[in-house]
Unconditional design. Structure first.
Length: 238
């Protein structure tokens, strides 16, 4: 009995697969990010302009031109990363057109959780970019009150990592992969933890370009203000 072979084009297949999208968090910022997108996409330019108007200052200039030290400040990096992420999201929706595949889920890495809520139309972008600007200001003040740092540890076994946390007082911030863990805490403690990790077999230790000990108890001072801001935000859909 002959077998009928049915082929599909890559385009055909792409429209039958459900999609999930994950949005990035802090530490992914760099001066000039989104520049090509800005040049080539009207939706991206409109998103940058919407952020500028909502925040009342030229965030787009900071994103595209820097300086890096100012962009790294959490009060700037959070709305900047969200803006570029939503610019990319909107542009991608334009490219796919009316016959876009179903979006099964959206998620995010820390700050990216807020971006995912914009993509899911839970929050308006204009409201959300102001929220994360405020979140960044609260976290920045918490970082001033209780300075800290973060670092990624690659290739260290679980037991050695637990011992280093106990010895230095650093906290587990993120488990990015089976092979990469992020620590957070006091600056001296993080530096010591990095040295110990290297001495005990870690493949690599990377200080993260962030302005505080995020995802740690040193951020507790930001909790009350952020809670009030989130409660006041208008939720578009649940």
């Amino acid at each position: 009995m002959p077998v009928e072979v049915v082929t599909s084009t890559e385009e055909d297949i792409s429209h039958t697969i459900d999609r999930a999208y994950v949005f990035p968090g802090q530490g992914s910022q760099s001066v000039g990010m989104g520049a090509e997108l800005y040049e080539s996409s009207l939706s991206a330019r409109e998103t940058f302009a919407e952020a500028d108007d909502s925040l009342g200052f030229p965030l787009s200039r900071l994103i595209l031109e820097g300086p890096a030290t100012e962009l790294q400040n959490t009060a700037n990096s959070q709305p900047a990363i969200m803006t570029v992420s939503i610019a990319a999201w909107r542009t991608w929706q334009d490219i796919q057109g009316l016959n876009k595949p179903a979006v099964k889920a959206v998620a995010g890495h820390s700050l990216g959780e807020y971006t995912s809520l914009v993509a899911a139309e839970v929050f308006d972008f204009s409201d959300a970019v102001c929220l994360v600007r405020g979140r960044g200001e609260l976290m920045n003040q918490a970082a001033i009150n209780r300075p800290g740092a973060m670092a990624a540890i690659l290739g260290l076994n679980e037991l050695a990592f637990a011992q280093i946390c106990d010895e230095t007082g650093v906290e587990l911030a993120n488990i990015n992969t089976d092979d990469q863990i992020v620590i957070s805490g006091d600056k001296i403690a993080v530096a010591r933890a990095m040295d110990l990790a290297s001495a005990r077999g870690a493949k690599k230790t990377i200080p993260l370009p962030v302005s505080g000990a995020f995802h740690s108890s040193l951020m507790f001072d930001a909790k009350e203000g952020l809670e009030a801001a989130v409660v006041s935000l208008e939720i578009q859909r649940t």
